[in-house]
Design a protein around this ligand. Sequence first.
Ligand code: PLP
Length: 371
Amino acid sequence: MTSRLRWPGVIEAYREFMPVTGQTPVITLREGDTPLLAAPALQERIGLPVPLYLKYEGANPTGSFKDRGMTVAVSKALEERQQAVMCASTGNTAASAAAYAARAGIDCIVVLPIRHIAMGKLAQSVMHGAKVVAIEGNFDDAFRIVVEITGRYPVRLVNSINPHRIEGQKSGAFEICDRLGYAPSYHAIPVGNAGNITAYWKGYKEYREAGRGRRLPKMLGFQAEGAAPIVRGEPVADPRTIATAIKIGNPASWKGAVAARDESGGLIETVTDEEIIEAYKMLASIEGLFVEPASAASVAGVAKLGREGYFVRELQAGVPEDACVVCILTGHGLKDPDCAIQAAEESVSVEADAEAVVELLGLTEPVASHT
Ligand SMILES: *Cc1c(COP(=O)(O)O)cnc(C)c1O
């Protein structure tokens, strides 16, 4: 077992699977090795008939899974002597690109749909010294702009259509197989631009080919109901959801997501904002995991499938005894504190006095004293 102190980041941990050579300068913040937690209490609450595991990607250095891909994309950009990287982002790609570019000593330009991004993410990009260009538009507009500009100027695009991003992000699948000892039977994941579902599927396939995964999971992807182009089968011009990280109307890796779904015998479905918020609150209050709203879409989706009898039908069809569900929790809740405050019950304040606090809490004096 590699100890936490010695964990070298995903490029060194899985070097044989990564597009690097001895010449590649490895830019890492020691991303990856995130917690995979059994979640029996949440499993019981949502009535899931198979064990539930949660992979907490908020534990990555910039607070989302984007770091797994960015370590590779920025290392390769440096190897290829690029002076700058650029991306469009709903926030987390920008935060990650800005951090890795800072560490690499190159410039970073981020184009953000300013009215649709969570404050924590904007704060990160600014602090890491990225050039932040705010646009009046949505993510799809920002993406169109960076594709055009990086096609004309010597700036490396680090959105997930950059294949190095996918190569790094597939490490999440390797870690799950290494921790469980095998691939899960079901892999649940939020779908926005669809790079991550594409990357996980690639990772599971490569690991099995290397004799290290035993089986392939069914890929269960979830889009927000107001931003569900893949489910609807056509782009959504004006995507709407509280989950800003998956508020995308025309995913770049659309084909990859459909291939993951169809090759694995899985599905891609919608969850409502209400279902997302319910899962968001359950994760925090039952399991101690504070995630951003988009991340809760995986759990919301599994809960919904459970209510619809999906897993019971699957078990009847003969799923193995060691069947389990892994949900990817893609990013940290502190990214979007406004959402948490809005979702929580309003707090009341009292005067700064112990008796007033006791009264508010309704505490009563103990009957018998302790010895
Ligand atoms: C980027 C992101 C997603 C969506 O991932 P895609 O690869 O775009 O499908 C989901 N949740 C969080 C927190 C993200 O940062």
